[in-house]
Design a protein around this ligand. Structure first.
Ligand SMILES: O=C(O)CCC(=O)C(=O)O
Ligand SMILES: [Fe+2]
Length: 388
């Protein structure tokens, strides 16, 4: 994705304007296809992802494509196929939670944009399987995988709609401008960025189509203001009751004091502090590293490991000389390690996955030490083993 949109995308264009790009077809080859969809459906449930079906701008109720077996609601594969044959699209929200390849691709998007991404799958078998013309309250990156789909994009009418506050637009007849700003057909390898608020109408061509949409949770001014507000809580005047029965002057004085407390805090808190704090709190995906977490075994040097956290943890050194320690802040916790491991820790936490042998080589350490550190970080759930 980083190359697909070209230089300057993140700084200048993302979230402000629509953008188109291309990924070489070889790079998405094998990422996700019909056999993966067959696999997903065969599980009986896509939970914790969510399966939905749409046609002609209307969503079907769950019971149209599920059935109850042994007391559990499961996907009825024959009905899903029958509905797709009639032109319904199949949508799986949060498909990154159930498909390893898409989880990795989604994590790449998160690292690229610096904000958490998820992944929704859209598979259509005909011309009619479309969602209503609408806008989303989050930025999206779209990757077309199979077939072609036409995207008509219309200027926003609600600037920067906020998730959970400005509900996403669904009324086709509503405020959407009549003339699109762009009207393009995406082909396999095409990528598209749609900032939140931009209306879109998406129509499958008369052929099979599979695309992925990566919704991005951006941080907004409102997030920063709320964060500043949370930092004022230590101040007793913020915790005190509001003066319900006071005179007008008393109430004005209290409001002024509170505004002063807020402004004082705001002037101390930079955006960089906010992002650092976010990195300290950010949780990665939950993952186990069996059998190494439970058995008194040492993983062989060929074991592949990767950081669990998608936002780089904050690594600081503490003290000086022999007593120097490393402090790693992530997932709401702070871990302390001997600073002898600085090269190993930073090499590993900044990597996108490597073997224990590669870790030792890159950090100029020996395999024995790299293995011990890996085991320690596995148990702290800061890294996990991967089979790639
Ligand atoms: O492909 C569709 O039917 C709708 C896609 C869409 O609205 C989205 O990905 O945000
Ligand atoms: Fe959308």
């Amino acid at each position: 994705m980083s190359r697909a949109f070209g230089e300057g995308f993140l700084v200048g264009r993302m979230s402000r304007d629509i953008a188109f790009g291309r990924i070489p077809i070889e790079e998405i080859d094998g990422l996700f296809g019909w056999s993966d969809i067959n696999e997903l459906l065969a599980r009986g449930s896509v939970a914790p992802a969510e399966l939905r079906m749409w046609k002609d701008g209307a969503e079907l109720p769950d019971h149209a494509f599920t059935t109850v077996r042994r007391g559990h609601r499961v996907i009825d594969q024959a009905r899903v196929v029958g509905l797709m044959r009639q032109g319904h699209s199949l949508i799986v929200d949060g498909v990154d939670q159930v498909h390893p390849g898409l989880r990795a691709a989604t994590d790449d998007v998160t690292r690229f944009v610096g904000a958490f991404a998820s992944c929704n799958l859209f598979a259509a078998a005909g011309r009619t399987g479309n969602v209503t013309r609408h806008f989303d309250d989050y930025d999206i990156l779209v990757l077309q995988l199979i077939g072609r789909k036409r995207w008509s994009l219309f200027a926003p009418t609600v600037p920067d709609p906020l998730p959970g506050i400005d509900t996403a637009g669904t009324a086709d007849a509503g405020d959407c401008p009549s003339e699109p700003v762009e009207d393009r057909v995406l082909e396999p390898g095409s990528v598209l960025h749609v900032p939140r608020g931009w209306w879109h109408r998406v129509e499958p061509a008369d052929e099979l189509s599979v695309h992925l949409t990566f919704p991005i949770s951006q941080r907004t001014g409102y997030d920063w203001l709320r964060w500043v507000l949370s930092r004022t809580l230590a101040d007793a005047s913020v915790r005190a009751n509001l003066d319900r029965w006071g005179s007008g002057d008393d109430q004005r004085a209290q409001a002024e004091r509170l505004a002063d407390v807020f402004l004082a805090e705001a002037s101390k808190a930079s955006l960089a502090d906010f992002f650092d704090d976010e990195r300290r709190q950010a949780h990665g995906r939950e993952a186990t590293s069996l059998p190494w977490e439970v058995a008194p075994l040492r993983p062989p040097p060929s074991t592949r490991i990767e950081p669990v956290h998608l936002a780089a943890p904050v690594v600081e050194t503490d003290g000086a000389g022999d007593g120097e320690r490393l402090r790693i802040a992530t997932a709401g916790q702070t871990f302390s390690l001997s600073s002898d491991h600085l090269a190993l820790v930073t090499t590993l936490l900044e990597s996108r996955g490597l073997t224990i042998q590669e870790l030792a080589d890159r950090a100029g350490s020996d395999v024995e030490t790299a293995t011990s550190l890996t085991l320690a970080l596995l148990k702290l759930r800061l890294v996990r083993t991967v089979d790639r």
